[in-house]
Design a protein around this ligand. Structure first.
Ligand code: FAD
Length: 458
C-alpha cells in the first residue's frame, strides 16, 4: 500500500545569530497541535522497528497513538513504564541513530519526530501536579552513589517499591552530567530539578557534598544498607600528552563546562572565576566538544574552531549538534591533529597541528587517521579546550579494592549488574565508559530490578 506523503514537522528553534549570544534553550519544542500532527504520521507498523532502535524499548507506536487521540497523560504513562526521564531523553537522545533511524518513513518523507513528541509529553507530565501515591514501606534500605541519570533512575524504581533510598552526591547539586556537563541551552536545568523534586516526594533522601570513598566509604554504606548502587559516571578527562598541555589557558572540557553550567559562571555577578577566550580551539568532535565550542561562543569568543583528526563522516557528535554549531558560526578544521600547544609567559597563544589523511579501517571500523608528512601548521589560540573523552574516576575503586575494574577503570559487573562485591551493583558510564543518557538510565532501571529481586521486594 502506498504511503501518503506528509512531511516531518520541524522543531522550531531560536534564530542562530540571536541564540549564539544567550544560554536560553535552542530548540523550542512542539505545541499541542503540532505534537498531535506529528504523532499522526506514525504508520503503526506491525513489527515496530522504531522500538528495536530504542535501547530501553519504549513502546513508541503505542504512545504516539495516545498522543494522536490527545490522551497525553496516558501517552506519558506508556513512556514512563520504560523511560523515567522523557523530558531529558526527548532533548538529548541521539534519536537519528536509534529509534528514528529505524522508522519506515525515514527514506520517504522523514522519520516521525519521535524525540520531538517525547519531549512534548515529558514536559506535559512535569507540568501536572504530583499524585500522592501511597507506598507501603518495605523496611529495606539502599544507598545510591551519584545522582546522574543512572543513579536517579535506580533511586526512582526502588523508592516506588517502598525501599528507603539515600543518594550520595559529590557535588552540591543533583543531576550528574545532565547538570554540570550538558549546557542550559540544550537541556534547561529546571527540568532536571523537577525530576529530582518528584523523587523527593517519593521519599528519596539526598546527601550532597558527599564524596563516597572519602567522606563515607563503600564499606560503611554496606553496613548501613541492604544493597549499594554505584552510578558514579566517567568524569576523569583524558589529555593528549603533548607539549604545552600545562600552559595557562588549556582546559579540559569537563572543567570548563562544570564551571559554566554548575557554577553558572555565565551569569553576571557570578563568583565563579572562568577564563573567557577570544580565539578558542576545541579539540575533539563529540557532543562534549560541540557543547564546549558553543559555550565558548556564548561566553564571548570572536572565533571558535573545532579541531578533529578524522573527517566529517566520522564525527561522533549528534548530527543536530553539529548542524547547530555550524549555524552558530563554529569553524571546523577537520583532518587535523594537534601536535604541540605553544605559549608565551606560561600562557597559551597558539596550537600547532599536522594535516591528516584517512587510512585503513581500525578495529572499530573507522578509518585510521595518518599524519601527512611536513604538513604542520599553526593556528592562533588564547584558549584550548580538550574534549577527547573521559574515563571513570579511580577514587571509588581506590577506596574499595575488592571492586574489580577493566582496562580503562570501568567497574566489572555480571548479568544482573552486580560488581565483584556481593550486594554492590553498578551501572551507567562507571561501567560502560562515557556513553549516553538513555543507556545510563536503562542500567539504573535494570540494577534496581536486580536489587528488588535480591531483597525479595515485589
Ligand atoms: C558535555 C556532555 C554532553 C553530553 N551530551 C550527551 C547527549 O547529547 N546525549 C546523550 O545521550 N549523552 C550525552 N552525554 C553523555 C551522558 O550525559 C552520560 O552518558 C550520562 O550522564 C551518564 O550517566 P551516569 O549516571 O552514568 O553518570 P553521570 O551523569 O556522570 O553522574 C555521575 C554522578 O556521580 C557523582 N559522583 C562521582 N563520583 C562520586 C563519588 N565518589 N561520590 C559521590 N558522587 C560521585 C558525580 O558528581 C555525578 O553527579 C554527554 C556528556 C557530556 C559530559
Amino acid at each position: 500500500m502506498a504511503i501518503e506523503r506528509k512531511r516531518r514537522n520541524a522543531i522550531p528553534e531560536q534564530d542562530a545569530t540571536i541564540r549564539s549570544k544567550n544560554f536560553d534553550e535552542v530548540a523550542l519544542g512542539f505545541d499541542e497541535k503540532v505534537a498531535i500532527d506529528e504523532a499522526s504520521r506514525c504508520l503503526n507498523c506491525k513489527n515496530a522497528p522504531c522500538m528495536k532502535g530504542c535501547p530501553v524499548g519504549v513502546r513508541i507506536p503505542e504512545f504516539l497513538a495516545k498522543v494522536r487521540e490527545g490522551k497525553f497523560s496516558e501517552a506519558g504513562e506508556i513512556i514512563k513504564s520504560t523511560n523515567s526521564l522523557p523530558s531529558v531523553c526527548g532533548r538529548v537522545c541521539p534519536q537519528e541513530e536509534q529509534c528514528e533511524k529505524m522508522c519506515v518513513r525515514v527514506k520517504i518523507d522523514g522519520a516521525v519526530s519521535i524525540g520531538g513528541v517525547e519531549r512534548f509529553i515529558g514536559d506535559y507530565m512535569l507540568s501536572l501536579p504530583s499524585e500522592n501515591k501511597e507506598v507501603i514501606k518495605t523496611g529495606k534500605k539502599v544507598a545510591v552513589v551519584g545522582s546522574g541519570p543512572s543513579g536517579l533512575t535506580c533511586a526512582a524504581q526502588l523508592a516506588q517499591k517502598g525501599v528507603e533510598v539515600t543518594v550520595y552526591e559529590a557535588f552540591h547539586k543533583t543531576g550528574g552530567v545532565l547538570v554540570y556537563g550538558i549546557p542550559e541551552f540544550r537541556l534547561p536545568k529546571r527540568l532536571v530539578g523537577a525530576e529530582v523534586d518528584k523523587l523527593k516526594e517519593w521519599g528519596v533522601k539526598f546527601e550532597l557534598n558527599t564524596v563516597v570513598g572519602k567522606t563515607i566509604t563503600i564499606d560503611e554504606l554496606l553496613e548501613q544498607n541492604d544493597a549499594v548502587f554505584i552510578g558514579s559516571g566517567a568524569g576523569l578527562p583524558m589529555f593528549m600528552g603533548i607539549e604545552g598541555e600545562n600552559l595557562n589557558g588549556v582546559l579540559s572540557a569537563n572543567e570548563y563546562l562544570t564551571r559554566i553550567n554548575l557554577m553558572r559562571a555565565y551569569e553576571s555577578g557570578s563568583a565563579t572565576p572562568v577564563q573567557r577566550g577570544k580565539n578558542v580551539a576545541v579539540i575533539g568532535a563529540g557532543n562534549v566538544a560541540m557543547d564546549a565550542a558553543r559555550t565558548a561562543l556564548r561566553m564571548g569568543a570572536d572565533e571558535v574552531t573545532v579541531i578533529y583528526r578524522r573527517g566529517r563522516e566520522e564525527m561522533p557528535a549528534r548530527a543536530e549538534e553539529i548542524k547547530h554549531a555550524e549555524q552558530e558560526g563554529i569553524k571546523f578544521r577537520l583532518l587535523s591533529n594537534p601536535v604541540r600547544i605553544l605559549g608565551e609567559n606560561g600562557k597559551v597563544n597558539a596550537i600547532e597541528c599536522v594535516k591528516m589523511q584517512l587510512g585503513e579501517p581500525d578495529a572499530s571500523g573507522r578509518r585510521t587517521p595518518v599524519a601527512v608528512e611536513n604538513s604542520e601548521f599553526i593556528l592562533p589560540a588564547d584558549m584550548v579546550i580538550v574534549a577527547l573523552g573521559t574515563s571513570p574516576n579511580p577514587l571509588i575503586k581506590d577506596s574499595f579494592d575488592a571492586l574489580e575494574t577493566g582496562k580503562k577503570g570501568t567497574l566489572i559487573v555480571d548479568e544482573s549488574l552486580m560488581t565483584s562485591v556481593d550486594g554492590v551493583y553498578a551501572g551507567g558510564d562507571a561501567v560502560t565508559g562515557a556513553a549516553t543518557v538513555i543507556l545510563a538510565m536503562g542500567a539504573g532501571r535494570k540494577a534496581a530490578q536486580s536489587i528488588l529481586d535480591r531483597l525479595g521486594v515485589k
